[in-house]
Design a binder for this molecule. Structure first.
Ligand code: PMP
Length: 392
């Protein structure tokens, strides 16, 4: 062990972090996807997980997981390209592709891995990738790993994107990429215009439906909701949020998926998902297909809560979905507000840079379809009380 490196760099950096207001700790939470969580011994309503439909604890998913583990064990044992394949994975891919109105799909270890697979397969150093400034970190990491040139456009600003595309007219290959629902702002991308720009400039359009899958468009996502399934080239998503399980996917044309299978580094060099996880994802997908109204209920609840927060004078930062930020600005304000809400029995995330831009720390509520009327009352009351501390 190099004690000099440890003593000289690691110890002082850890100490500096520990004394800063951006220090991260794992919250003392048990059963963190449930509607109610135990946090340091106290029961709190969980408005921090991405389990938007509450499916993680659904009996269909649990039963499917148990059956799959009993039949096939707990590991896939290798990457898909070696021996880590299951009929379950292929069924899941076929059903995902159909659900997303695409020719084919590929399942990956996580949504993070899906974005890495997309960019390491489709982009290279001859590619310019135009990326919304607030796109998820996995998109940025994928672009960087691919060696492509990253050009960031202002959040949701299609005029800016258009100017940048004009400026890069000579680039050999162009990709435009956006989250459909933004994870920290809860707003949505102007996809129709973005697709138009993609067509005009010969750019491939890639979208990340992580927070829209299961929720918008009768569960199929924003692309389907807007009738753009034939216009968006590549759709990335995850089963770790509304689908209550784990694992990412990419849905696209057959040849696109072939490239991913052959070149996607996170797909090739990582062990495949185990059967219990695949089975839960498949059960969740079937549940969403059979219950297309779940997302609409979630949107109704979200509108009610957002209206309440707006009427109290909080800044919900343009959210139109189940993800509702409450602007705080400084890190300390966000942490203080989070602690006050915890005392009210509500668990919300306090999101700070670098997850969000400097000076825009915020609370992040992620609402869920399994909230009861009493839960909604509880949330309204908690924020009404918080308001007194915020604007005394
Ligand atoms: N894309 C977006 C937009 C996300 O918000 C996330 C997760 N926060 C991911 C991808 C990664 O998905 P996963 O958690 O399944 O790795």
């Amino acid at each position: 062990m190099s004690t000099s490196f440890f003593g000289k760099y690691i110890v002082p950096e850890a100490a500096k972090l520990r004394n800063s207001d951006s220090y991260r700790t794992i919250p003392p939470v048990d059963d963190g996807a449930a509607r109610e969580v135990v946090y340091s011994g106290a029961k709190l309503l969980n408005l921090a997980s991405n389990n938007y439909l509450g499916l993680s604890h659904h009996p269909d998913l649990i039963e499917a997981s148990i059956k799959a583990a009993t039949r096939h064990g707990c590991s896939s044992g290798a990457s898909r390209l070696i021996t880590g394949n299951f009929a379950l994975a292929e069924t899941l891919e076929a059903e995902l592709a159909t659900f997303k109105y695409q020719e084919a799909a590929l399942v990956t270890g996580s949504g993070y891995a899906a974005n890495l697979a997309v960019f390491t397969s489709l982009a290279d150093r001859h590619t310019v990738v135009f990326s919304d400034r607030l796109n998820h970190a996995s998109i940025i990491d994928g672009i960087l790993l691919s060696g492509a040139r990253l050009v960031r456009y202002k959040h949701l600003d299609m005029e800016h994107l258009s100017r940048l595309l004009d400026r890069e007219a000579l680039a050999e290959k162009k990709i435009i990429v956006t989250d459909t629902v933004f994870s920290m702002d809860g707003d949505v991308a102007p996809l129709a215009r973005l697709v138009e720009l993609g067509k005009t400039h010969g750019a491939l359009v890639v979208v990340d439906e992580a927070h829209a899958m299961g929720v918008l468009g009768r569960g199929r996502g924003l692309v389907a909701a807007l009738g753009l399934s034939d216009d968006v080239d590549v759709q990335v998503g995850t089963m770790s949020k509304a689908l209550g399980s784990l694992g990412g996917y990419v849905a696209a044309r057959v040849e696109t998926i072939e490239l991913l299978r052959n070149k996607g580094r996170s797909f090739i060099f990582s062990t495949a998902l185990p059967p219990a996880v695949l089975a839960a994802g498949l059960a969740a997908l079937r549940h969403v297909k059979a219950n297309p109204g779940l997302g609409a209920r979630l949107m109704r609840i979200s509108r009610q809560i957002r209206d309440h927060l707006d009427s109290l004078g909080f800044d919900t930062m343009g959210s139109t979905t189940q993800i509702i930020p409450v602007y705080c600005g400084r890190n300390r304000v966000a942490l203080h507000a989070q602690a006050l809400l915890r005392a009210e029995g509500l668990l919300v995330a306090a999101v700070r840079p670098p997850t969000v831009p400097l000076g825009t720390a915020r609370l992040r509520l992620s609402l869920r379809a399994d909230l009861t009327d009493d839960d909604l009352k509880h949330i309204r009351l908690g924020f009404s009380r918080l308001r007194v501390s915020f604007f005394p």
